[in-house]
Write a protein that binds this ligand. Structure first.
Ligand SMILES: Cc1cc2nc3c(=O)[nH]c(=O)nc-3n(C[C@H](O)[C@H](O)[C@H](O)COP(=O)(O)OP(=O)(O)OC[C@H]3O[C@@H](n4cnc5c(N)ncnc54)[C@H](O)[C@@H]3O)c2cc1C
Length: 336
């Protein structure tokens, strides 16, 4: 080996949502990247659920791009159709004034043909460990080792980057992390998504509704988003406040309460949905009060990023990850 040859730095990333996949694709040229994801697919809270003839974006519904950095990142994906603008007729419901139009004043995007498509498009040369929930991490002789739910051990890694929701990160990262209190003090609230698939399309005059004065705050004709080819699907999401008050309720009761509420809100009967499913998000979003967009500890070679450090939306997940990788690329990545 030539004297000046530096062995490739090994980075472990926990979480394959947009933050994790952004770190992975940004660092691919500079490091040997391994990703650990507890679910069976990529996307995290930008994910898609399938049920025979239907698909549902049961997490993020759309995203906006207000920063130049995110706009530039999206450009190639918009050019190749992985990200498309969604232009539904949006209305407001439930405030006692009837149904009226609600204008969107900026582009609202979705990944196409499903929300997970954007994270899938960011894959490359990384080692991807799906269905792998990281239960513990250990720092030994300046190297990181990870342990999963089956007690498998992974490592060594030079750097570890956690891109998971704050309460999950707080349970894993050491208190010695510089800025640990930011992780420990961040509260995230839940949300329920009710998914309905119909064999016959409903006769609605709109594709999205912002709902007032109800446990439900959003309804979308999910199948009307660009590129969706499966059956007619409807998705309703609750307010964070309602979800918080019912987070540990029996899920069957939550489902029937939300179904009744949806029937009350819609101007037509919900004739015999073919599929009804409920998903509980325990950590849907944060109201961050943090002053940092990411955390980095050069001593421990440990980084933390994710939407919850900025604003709790898709663009924030990207911005937090990008800010962290810019910092990583400027420091001399060291392999022990
Ligand atoms: C119901 C709902 C509606 C939303 N609506 C919108 C919207 O309309 N617009 C918008 O911009 N944003 C919306 N958001 C927020 C948006 O989805 C998130 O801000 C964004 O997707 C967060 O990305 P992330 O990579 O930071 O985190 P995540 O997507 O949460 O990624 C973290 C990943 O880590 C994995 N993970 C967690 N713990 C472990 C572990 N121990 N081991 C291995 N893997 C682990 C998780 O499975 C997940 O895949 C919504 C979120 C929810 C839940």
């Amino acid at each position: 080996m030539p004297r000046d040859h530096q062995p490739t730095v090994r980075i472990a990333i926990i979480g394959a949502g947009l933050a994790g996949m952004t770190v992975s694709s940004d660092m691919a040229k500079h490091a040997d990247v391994s990703i650990f994801e507890k679910s069976r697919g990529l996307g995290g809270r930008m994910s898609t659920r399938y049920s025979v003839h239907f698909q549902f974006d049961h997490g993020a519904q759309f995203f906006t791009a207000r920063s130049q950095s995110f706009q530039r990142f999206l450009e190639p994906f918009i050019a190749n159709g992985t990200v498309r603008e969604w232009k539904p007729r949006v209305v407001t419901l439930g405030d006692g004034k009837g149904i009226y139009n609600r204008a969107w004043f900026e582009p609202h995007y979705v990944a196409s043909p499903r929300m997970t498509s954007l994270c899938n498009a960011l894959t490359g040369t990384e080692r991807l460990h799906l269905n792998t929930r990281i239960m513990g991490i250990k720092y030994e002789h300046r190297l990181w080792f990870l342990r999963d739910q089956s007690n498998n051990r992974y490592g060594p890694f030079d750097w570890l980057i956690a891109t998971i929701p704050a309460p999950q990160a707080a349970a894993i990262v050491p208190e010695a992390l510089a800025g640990y209190s930011t992780v420990a003090e961040c509260r995230m609230s839940g949300c329920y998504s009710l998914m309905l698939g119909f064999h016959t399309a409903l006769d609605l005059s709109w594709q999205a509704a912002v709902v007032k004065s109800s446990p439900i705050e959003w309804i979308a004709v999910d199948s009307a988003k660009p590129g969706r080819t499966l059956g007619y699907s409807l998705l309703a999401q609750t307010t964070r406040a309602w979800a918080e008050g019912h987070i540990d309720d029996e899920q069957i009761l939550v489902q029937s309460t939300l179904l009744q509420e949806l029937e009350r809100l819609l101007p037509i009967p919900l004739t015999d949905p073919g599929v009804v499913q409920l998903h509980r998000w325990r950590y849907a979003s944060a109201q961050p009060e943090t002053e940092r967009d990411y955390l980095i500890d050069h001593q421990l070679q440990l980084g933390v990023c994710g939407d919850w450090l900025i604003k709790g939306d898709v663009e924030s997940a990207f911005l937090s990850a990008r800010a962290l990788t810019e910092q990583l690329r400027h420091c001399r990545l060291r392999r022990e």
